[in-house]
Structure formats: structure tokens, C-alpha cells
Design a binder for this molecule. Sequence first.
Ligand code: SAH
Length: 376
Amino acid sequence: MNDFNVEVVTTAKTNLMGLDRVAMEAFFVAMGEKAFRATQVLKWIHHEGVTDFSLMTNLSKTLRSTLAETCEVSLPDVVSDELSQDGTRKWLLSVPGKSAIEMVFIPEDTRGTLCVSSQVGCTLNCSFCATGKQGYNRDLTTAEIIGQVWLAKQMLAEQYDTDDRIVSNVVMMGMGEPLMNFENVVTAMQMMQDDFCFGLSKRRVTLSTAGVVPKIDLLKEVCPVSLAVSLHAPNDELRNTLVPLNKKYPIKELLEACNRYVSDSARSRITFEYVMLNGINDELEHAQQLADLMKTVPAKVNLIPFNSFDGIDYVRSSNSRINRFRDVLHDNGVIVTVRRTRGDDIDAACGQLAGDVMDRTRRSEKIRQKRAETTP
Ligand code: SAH
């Protein structure tokens, strides 16, 4: 009752999509139910893909109707769904607040990787990234992050006509800086690993960060998944211009945090991502500097050919420049791979994700035009 003696009716239902096992157990105990209801409901939602409480047949009818009155299992809406010629699939998803995010699935021979977003937009404004150019809108909720994995699993099961594990790996490399939305991202990544949800091993969940140093230490304590670091430059002067966050957490501090992250796990390495920008960070001296840095931390380097987008001046390094850069690293004993560009016919490649609906519409037009031009 409030000051006016009017009963306040709240219509907001609890979204069970965002509850991990601990939260779900607390939820059922608080409503006077046994804690094991939590794992039953988690299995319905995440293993069986059931979101309708009336179908959860191992719960009593009374409980099912109470849940239907007080809870929901709500997911982002699918706005568009595109399939690249190379099998890469990209979805545009809308979330409350007139926002949209993108999610990408990349099939390979031995694995299937889902690239998930953590924020609507991003605050970091890296100079070569489409998401950064779009600005920042808000953090995604846990339900919106884990909901991406849930949706992909359902839609891929239809596409591939099997319930087998099509999503074998999840990378937090979509829109946003995951360590700037720490709690929601960690809860979602714990659900990815929970056997009652998606049951992925911690090796198969990767978080990519531009280098939020204190949060790297926290991550090691609470959820030590595989770590990728977006380095992109081998010295502070250059990195300050590409990744402005470097002014706050310079390379030395970042690499120290990386060393702490892997300090008690002898076999794991940090993946360092390095976008190849012609004439900017791809000179031989940069390769040598990078090789020297990489001797100070258990590392593998992933060279990413720059993916262009409207209104950006950078140019992708040529294959020969990428190869000679790779060779310097290799000759210095650094493990190095070149990322194959996937899905660029549907703007699904690294750094091209931008969920703005208006922008997306323009891109659809562009794709339609491109297809019309090339179709006889
Ligand atoms: N904020 C996180 C995760 C999102 S970006 C991070 O910075 O790691 C995922 C990867 O794509 C990062 O390594 C990012 O630097 C890279 N990337 C961004 N824009 C790119 C572009 N235009 N071409 C190629 N890679 C890009």
C-alpha cells in the first residue's frame, strides 16, 4: 500500500532466462518450493528449448500456473537472419529500448563458433571499429546475453536438422567491451559452462577485451575462461591512437595482468589479436617489437586482416604484408595464425558489427543492390 492507500499492482514478471543455477534455486526457495525445481526448470529451458511453463510436465499443475502468472522466459526478437556464401550466419536481434545487436555463427570443420555481443554499442571508441563509431547505448542484461546462445542453438538445430552440439565454442567478440559489463557477462558465461544450461568447457568460452586491467584480475578469480586481448599495436604511442583505453592501461600493465591471468595454469596461453592496418601497424619494425613483447607472456598471436566499413579511412594490409609480418613473428618463435575472413558478404566479419536498425536497413539495401548487380 502506498500513501494514497491504493494497492500497487506490479506487472513486471521475472525473466527466468537470466537466472543462473544459484539465482534460480534462491528464487524457488523464496516461493516455498524445493531447490531442485531450479535444475528441472533450467533443463526445460536450456536443454529442451521449452519456454512455455504449461509444457514443463514434471512440475505440478499448480506450480506451472503460478510460474505462468509471475514469470516469463523472454528473449531478444530476431529482426533479420542472413546466411553468407561461406556458411557464416548473422542475426540482427532487437532488445528493449529500441536497440539492436548482432550475433554471428561461424561453422568450421571441427567446431562451430558463436560470436556474442555484450553491450549495445561500445564506450571504447577504437579508431578502426564499426561498433565504436556507433557510440554506446547500454549494457545487455544476463538474459539478453545468454538468450543469444539459446536462440542460436534453436535456429541452428533447425538449419542443420540435428540436436547435436552445433555451437561448440562461444566467443565474447561481438559488439561491446565485455569487461565493462562484468557481472552480467560473467553470469552468462557461467551459464554457458553449467551442465544444466549449455555445458561448454571453460576452454571453449573465450572473452575478448581491449584490456580493462583490473577486471582481468577479477575475471581470473571468478570465471577463468580463455582470454583474448585486442593488442593491435606493439608500443604505447601507436596503441594510444588505435585503442584509446591504452592511455589508462598501457601495454606494460596489460601484459603484467595477462601474466597473472595464466600464472597458475601451465598450459594456457593468451591470444593476442592484431588487426592488420596498411601502413599503420604492419611495418617490419612493428613485427619485431611485437615479437619482443610476446616473449614476455605465454602467447599466441592472431593477425586479423582489417575489415572495412562505410566512412573509414584505414586500408587492409595486403596479403604479402600480412605474410611477411607473420614470418617475422614465426622466425622469433611466436605462435601466430592469420584469421581467415568469414562472412564479409553479409558484413559479419570482425569489427563490422553495428546493430543500429537504420544502419542495418541501409546495408540490406546495399546487399540487395550488390546481388542485383551480380545476378544476370
Ligand atoms: N571489445 C572487445 C571485443 C569486441 S571486438 C575487444 O576489444 O576485444 C572483437 C575483435 O575484432 C577485437 O579484437 C577487435 O579489435 C576486432 N576488430 C574491431 N574492428 C575491426 C575491424 N574493422 N577489422 C578487423 N577486426 C576488428
